[in-house]
Design a protein around this ligand. Structure first.
Ligand SMILES: Cc1ncc(COP(=O)(O)O)c(C=O)c1O
Length: 389
């Protein structure tokens, strides 16, 4: 692939760059060979230990006692599909929000066709936040199986106030699921303290791992039917899927190079300390918000309060559609941002930017202050109409 030198501000899509140790681990695992759970020769055992260590690192980062509660998936979308199709049956009811990604919206639409009732609760059109009281009221209207919340919108950047919601769900016999695509690896998350039953996330965004990695956390006692059936390396004599996690939900050969990279990424984050990672994100987001906030042709979306936000910042420039802003930044300034609907049309309906969408800028762990300064200078020129031809 050709290398393109750019200021990369699209970390909400996938983080870039990754820690150097991640690149090295991917290559090393690919060279080393061995497939976890497939036989008992030495290469297999080494691979098996690596996968176990990766599960343990996830358990440490997300404060979970049993690492077998994490199953690996190719991305966040597959983890969400596994949770939803594994759990929901005709007659079940799900309450969710109007700021979900299509990774949630589309499986739920399909499940709706199969007899599942789906209720979407509106978010505040300015902040993108869905008050817990509205979610609770929607859950109480009829017997509800699942409350599913996008922890942080990939469009509006709204961080949902979920503290206490998991406990409330448990008290009302409702399962609580978080889509952690935009928060895993970006802020401290204690899955046990939050009483989360299901947590789906990619490994390739805030967690700084390679594309092709993701995971689903399933709290002990929550039973999911597998999305995929097949070889797991255990109980090979049986024609039925194993009962125990993680094998029950992990059929087929795992992405060992990806998991080797994810392992190094998790070690990197654990060493950097997630509290510091979040502090860095907050500082970068604050700098971008205050810089863009001073430009009179820029309309920013989402909360002014940086503590209620993740790293995704959406804006529009008066009189220009988002794609022409993105094109000018990319082609004239070598700055990579994402434009359009970001696979989340409901979030754009919420803030009134459907169907054209917004320009989304999302810094990451390795984004520097100088890069933000350059981005803001480029935006100032666009604001002053000096870049568009
Ligand atoms: C909120 C949210 N959920 C789910 C996903 C899907 O993750 P993946 O692309 O790893 O399948 C994304 C990806 O952008 C996302 O932002």
């Amino acid at each position: 692939m050709p290398k393109i030198k750019s200021i990369y501000l699209d970390n909400a899509a996938t983080s870039h760059p990754k820690p150097e140790s991640v690149y090295l681990a991917v290559i090393e695992a690919l060279r080393a060979g061995g497939s976890p759970g497939r036989g008992s020769h030495q290469l297999t055992m080494v691979a098996e230990r690596l996968v176990f260590a990766t599960r343990e690192a996830l358990a440490e980062l997300f404060n979970v006692d049993h690492s077998e509660c994490f199953i690996f998936t190719p991305n966040g979308t597959t983890a969400i599909n596994q949770a939803l199709f594994g759990l929901l049956r005709s007659g079940d009811r799900v309450v969710t929000t109007m700021v979900e990604h299509n990774a949630v919206v589309r499986p739920l639409r399909e499940l709706q066709k199969r007899g599942v009732e789906v209720v979407k609760v509106a978010a505040d059109p300015v902040t993108g936040i869905v008050p817990s009281s509205l979610l609770q009221a929607a859950c109480l209207r009829k017997p509800t199986r699942l409350l599913l919340v996008n922890h942080c919108s990939n469009v509006i950047g709204s961080l949902q106030p979920i503290t206490g919601l998991g406990r409330w769900c448990h008290n009302h016999n409702i399962l609580f699921m978080l889509d952690g695509a935009q928060t895993a690896g970006s802020l401290p998350i204690n899955l046990q303290a939050l009483n989360v039953d299901l947590f789906a996330a990619p490994g390739h965004k805030g967690l700084l791992g390679p594309q092709g990695t993701g995971f689903l956390y399933i709290r002990k006692g929550v039973d999911l039917l597998p999305l995929i059936y097949g070889g797991t390396g255990v109980n090979s004599s049986s024609d039925s899927q194993p009962q125990l996690l993680p094998e029950r939900l992990e059929s087929g050969t795992l992405n060992l190079p990806g998991l080797a990279g994810l392992y190094e990424a998790l070690r990197f984050i654990l060493k950097a300390d997630i509290v510091q990672v979040r502090a860095r994100e907050v500082a970068l987001v604050r700098k971008i918000l205050s810089g863009l906030g001073m430009m009179k042709s820029v309309k920013l979306y989402g909360s002014d309060d940086v503590m209620l936000r993740g790293n995704a910042i959406s804006f529009n420039l008066a009189n220009y559609d988002p794609s022409s802003v993105g094109f000018a930044l990319d082609q004239q300034q070598q700055i990579s941002v994402r434009v359009g609907l970001h696979c989340s049309p409901d979030a754009h309906r919420t803030i009134g930017t459907y169907p054209l969408g917004t320009v989304r800028v999302s810094p990451g762990y390795f984004t520097t202050d100088e890069e933000i300064d350059r981005f803001l200078r480029a935006m100032q020129k666009l604001n002053d109409n000096k870049l568009m031809n």
